[in-house]
Design a protein around this ligand. Structure first.
Ligand code: MLC
Ligand code: AMP
Length: 513
């Protein structure tokens, strides 16, 4: 892959002007339903919302949490925070009140933004921790006005005065259970997104079809920040469906970015509606990330659309570190080569760095690295960040993700899930003493959650456990099967043998068919 130099800090500061330069040049920033927002509209809307935040006491360094669904409004409020130097905390809109409450208590935002769809959960969170929390229904916010007005910093994609200021807190699951806030600085986001979207040749003529959530780095950092940085048009789809993607591509979309589950669903759609393949053929780029894309999906997508999906790899903590090339060979089953500005190394079990093709843990350093986790000063990343992902390198230097160090981290539909969080919720149920949650392979979701519970199988208990999970957890975190066993497998030290649970599931699911 061609390796242009990543921008320097002074270049990064200049990138902050992009929004205004684009506004002067004209052009559409966001297409959201029937409405198109020009770059000027977006800059004005962000300025108006920044003033609204100021009147509610938001100042530089304050956190502003957002429960907004994907759309131009969510983007405008994000940029409004940046204009004030406030830290934007996008919260997973699928979360239940208890999950949101943890985030709010952890990062103590000055304000929680919500809309009608998230009003109920927002009020539940507020009721639980009142009076500390101020909530704002964005319907009560001012409509866009013309002219940026008298803000210290006009809305931009970074804080021109300080690229080591915090831009975002992205909450992500860890092995310990509860989610942790990844602190991302403006400079890190901009350098990494600039390098990545330069490598993918995003340009103002492009229209990016964005059906991803905007509370994770995939949709927010690559999609919104990378897209606006390059001056292209975002076509935002609030809820992914294959038909909506086809329609957006037909309407002019040139790029689609998805998680593998979206590609399996697109394939199912294309098998039923082969006439829609034309809309996909006309695009210029399809990318995949956040979970492993199977070579079968890569192959079938190529057969039906003529496109080789460009797979890349990243993490909330490091942003995007590996990518297949735009020009050159895209190898199915691999995540490609280091993104410009990123260095990688592989460490073997014996602690030594590996040069051969043997697998080991991926370590990365460079442009997109987080500052650390919010409120956890001891968890500062070292010179090299250990990803927890096991990789292998082929002779051409392409890396493949071949496993994960911890069985307690699960990826389903591209969402990260901590097994311990689900186990804690299940243990709170009166019928549960001992429980083990594992991820098992699944064609559509990548991995699917399965729980093993010690005790006698009873239909009512199974139902009650499912309801208990649904009330406390986002639906994608709810186990899809509950198996009841006399005793969970443990080693001599009493440690749960999760690999045996995975095997037991394969056997039990096979027997059940
Ligand atoms: C939902 N369902 C699941 C499930 N999620 N079943 C099994 N496993 C899961 N994970 C069920 C629901 O309960 C429901 O069932 C049915 O599927 C439809 O649910 P849905 O919620 O309507 O699904 P949908 O909204 O279509 O969600 C699918 C999706 C979503 C692919 C759009 O998972 C998604 O947005 N994923 C993207 C995640 C993402 O952005 N990750 C980036 C992390 S950043 P029923 O029975 O109730 O009908 C990162 C770094 C990097 O990883 O490198 O990018
Ligand atoms: P998150 O914490 O949600 O940012 O998830 C990061 C994790 O997603 C990584 O540690 C990987 O395990 C996984 N991941 C991201 N991209 C890929 C990919 N292309 N292939 C396999 N796993 C991936």
């Amino acid at each position: 892959m061609e390796r242009p130099h990543p921008p320097t800090p002074s270049q990064v500061r200049r990138l902050g002007a992009t929004l205004h330069e684009r506004a002067r040049a004209g052009g559409t920033a966001v297409v959201d339903g029937a409405r198109s927002w020009s770059y000027q509209d977006l800059a004005d809307a962000a300025a108006a919302r920044a003033r609204a935040l100021t009147t509610r006491g938001v100042r530089e360094g304050d956190r502003v949490a957002s429960l907004l669904s994907p759309g131009a409004e969510a983007v405008a409020w994000n940029l409004a925070c940046y204009a004030l130097g406030a830290v934007f905390v996008p919260v997973n809109t699928r979360y239940q009140a208890a999950e949101i409450r943890h985030i709010v208590e952890d990062c103590t935002p000055r304000l929680l933004l919500h809309e009608p769809a998230s009003a109920r959960v927002s009020h539940e969170v507020r009721a639980a921790i009142h009076p500390a929390l101020q909530t704002l229904d964005i319907r009560a916010a001012p409509a866009p006005t013309s002219g940026a007005g008298a803000l210290d910093t006009p809305p931009a994609l970074c804080l021109p005065r300080h690229d080591s200021a915090l831009a975002l807190l992205i909450y992500t699951s860890g092995t310990t259970g509860r989610s942790k806030g990844v602190m991302l600085e403006h400079g890190a986001v901009l350098r990494n997104m600039r390098a990545l979207t330069d490598a993918w040749e995003f340009k103002p003529e492009d229209q990016l079809v964005l059906a991803l959530p905007l509370f994770h780095v995939h949709g927010l950092c690559i999609g919104v920040h990378g897209g606006l940085l390059q001056g292209l048009t975002l076509r935002i789809i609030p809820k992914f469906t294959p038909a909506a993607v086809v329609e957006a591509l037909r309407a002019g979309g040139t790029i689609f970015m998805g998680v593998p589950t979206m590609y399996t669903r697109l394939l199912t759609h294309l098998r039923a509606h082969p006439e829609d393949a034309d809309a996909l053929r006309g695009a210029r780029l399809f990318t995949s990330g956040s979970a492993a894309l199977s070579p079968q999906v890569f192959g079938e997508f190529f057969e039906l659309t003529g496109h080789r999906i460009l797979e890349r790899y990243g993490m909330s903590e490091t942003l995007i570190t590996l990518s297949n090339p735009l020009h050159g060979e895209r190898r199915p089953g691999t995540v490609g080569l280091p993104v410009p500005g990123v260095d990688v190394q592989i460490r073997g079990d014996d602690g030594a760095v590996i040069d051969t093709e043997s697998p080991g843990e991926l370590e990365v350093r460079g442009a997109g690295m987080m500052r650390g986790y919010w409120g956890l000063p001891d968890a500062h990343p070292g010179a090299w960040f250990a990803t927890g992902d096991i990789v292998a390198r082929d002779p051409a230097g392409y890396l493949s993700i071949v496993g994960r160090k911890s069985v307690d981290i699960i990826k389903s539909g591209g969402f990260k899930i901590a097994a311990r969080e689900i186990e804690e919720v299940l243990r709170a149920h009166p019928a549960v003493d001992e429980v083990g949650v594992v991820g098992v392979p699944h064609a559509e979701w990548g991995e699917q959650l399965v729980a093993f519970v010690e005790g006698r199988e009873e239909h009512e208990v199974r139902e009650s456990l499912a309801q208990h999970c649904k009330a406390a957890l986002a639906h994608y975190k709810c186990p899809r099967h509950f198996w009841f066993v006399d005793a969970l497998p443990r080693n001599a030290l009493g440690k749960l043998q999760k690999h045996l649970l995975k095997r037991a599931h394969a056997r039990l699911a096979g027997d059940a068919e």
